[in-house]
Ligand binder design. Sequence first.
Ligand code: KIV
Length: 270
Amino acid sequence: MSTQNASSTITLRSLQKFKENEEKFACLTAYDACFSSILSEAGVEVILVGDSLGMVLQGHDSTLPVTMTDMIYHTRCVKRGNKGSLIMADLPFMSYASETQTLENAASLMRAGAHVVKLEGGAWISNTTKLLTERGIPVCAHMGLTPQSVNRIGGFHVQGRDTNHAQLIIDEALMLQEAGANILLLECVPRALAKKITGLLKIPVIGIGAGPDTNAQIMVLHDVLGVSPITPKFVKNFLVEGNNSIFQAIEAYVNAVKTKSFPSEEHCFN
Ligand code: KIV
């Protein structure tokens, strides 16, 4: 059951209100107009044009080969199908390495239809966050497991398990909020750490593999529909008996997020 009118328009203020009212909101990736339309009609508040498209659409083993041309193309497609969700688009690997490049690339995503740009990193993206937000481009800072740094990390591993690293993530999250970040996304961190950060921050926190206590959940579309070749611990297939269409599966995901039945213990890291 959807709790959102399909014609409503979600903004950063709406997300902030969700946090203040302690209501969960649902986020999901989409890469084309058809799925974007289904997601917004099913009540998904935030659609992410994720650079995960490099893996789920293009078949690469990481997100590193994704280009700005890819991101602009897919953001345009998603914008055409969208019916009132907030569109977030990823700045891909090495597209925010210098100030000029960052501004040009973020502006291109906004012109293509994004309402928010997402970039990965900790303290080192704090100046970039300030640069963008001061110029009117909302930022979602992606922390924890940052897939664009998979080679430095040495794989897709849970982050912040030891006390020092957990404290570093907390400090950097606060720093990014201070720099102007409008949303924080936490990927693959222990449940207790995500809970602590969500409580400390004023801005909404979206989680994936971060437990049930963040303000929102996000998943990769292909994971929710059970068509991904790999299924990490935090993934749940909603296209199962009882949900007999893609639309019903997406609605079930939205409902599970809002009623806090997803993620459950089996999807959490400790
Ligand atoms: O690119 C993506 O889809 C993401 C999600 C995994 C959060 O960043």
